[in-house]
Design a protein around this ligand. Sequence first.
Ligand code: ZN
Length: 437
Amino acid sequence: MASITKNEPVCSRPLEELVRERAPLTALQRYLIERGHARHTVYAYLDRAAHFCHWAERTKLDLSRFDEKVIARFCDDHVAHCNCGWPTHTDPREASAALGHLLLVLRVLGVVRPSAERGTPVEEELHRFDEHLDQVRGLASSSRQTILRIVRELLWGRFHGRPVVISAITPEYLRRLVAKLTERYHGPASVGSVISALRGYFRFRATTGDSVGGLLSVLSYPANWQHASLPKTLTDEEIERLLTSLNWPGPSMRRSAAIVRCAVDLGLRSGEIAALQLDDIDWREGTVTLRRTKGRREQVLPLPDATGRTIAAYLQHERPKTAHRGIFVRRKTPRDEPIKADLVRKTIRQAYQRAGLPYTRSHLLRHTMARRLLDGGSSLKEVADVLRHRSLNTTLIYAKLDGRSLSSVALPWPAALPPQPPQPPPPIALPWPERLP
Ligand SMILES: [Zn+2]
């Protein structure tokens, strides 16, 4: 609110006089324009505020006592049953939002007493949001406190003592804030509460006319933010060491090599590797079909030459005779059984050890594949296809490895949101191609 200062001459005059001269409305208009509200919102708010001034004058309200309770009285009791001849507007929330801004402006001008515990624009804003949580969403005090703590981080970190301007909050700032908060609040449930608190706040702002679609899309999918830190990946040099170490002499060397190559070259999950069947590989076409993927859809992937040859070597030279159609079968008791995902993970863990790498998690190889694809110039969409993510959101964790693609991913997301009721939208299931080109 740069151009409204406490010591403007306007303050020393009685409020009633100012109201008659529309000075508060002029100040409100300037304030709303500075906040970057859309033109129609500014007009709507000015109309609501003018209605309030008109009502205040008619009812000979003691305007020095103008506060949140007066706003509630006007919105709840008067607006719905207006008999003062003001052109109809029946949405008390819009009136409430408009008068919240008016009250803030008048407090900054010094014509209305500041409330005791508030004062800074951020605290004012939090107070208004708290009333919304209380009156519109009906939340208990403890829930409101949690939400306000998180939103205070957002607003205080960005604005300190300055007025809150939603358009000054960038998606990048929000992303960093979420990453910071999720490091502090451990566990997906807490991450979810950070996201839902911030979403709730932006939805509240949307009801007052702010454009928040871009910010909401950053906050759309809590599950992704479990991965607040960069996904760990192996360097090219480490991958090289891992692949070289596959030529070790040992009883299950070919099986180990084939398993590791499936993880490195195809980015397969442990369970998917364990579930591979002889009939899933089309040697002539050079493809592998995944039938039991996490997303329960059939997917056909190209089978790279090196991967195919390693699998073929295992099948020809090492795989025990068995009636099973599973590619990878157990060598020890219980023999003649297809392997399970835990044996895949153990195999990869041992491969790390042999290569002298300090890793244990098989999933790192999936992350690594994503990183190599991005390094090679693939888009996040292509990475999503290859890793068979049902939703691009899951792939978004890799965006942290690849800042350039982030905006192009974020853009097609829904920018609009239903203003009410404030509930999280269902996850968006994008129609991915069933098969790779
Ligand atoms: Zn009226």
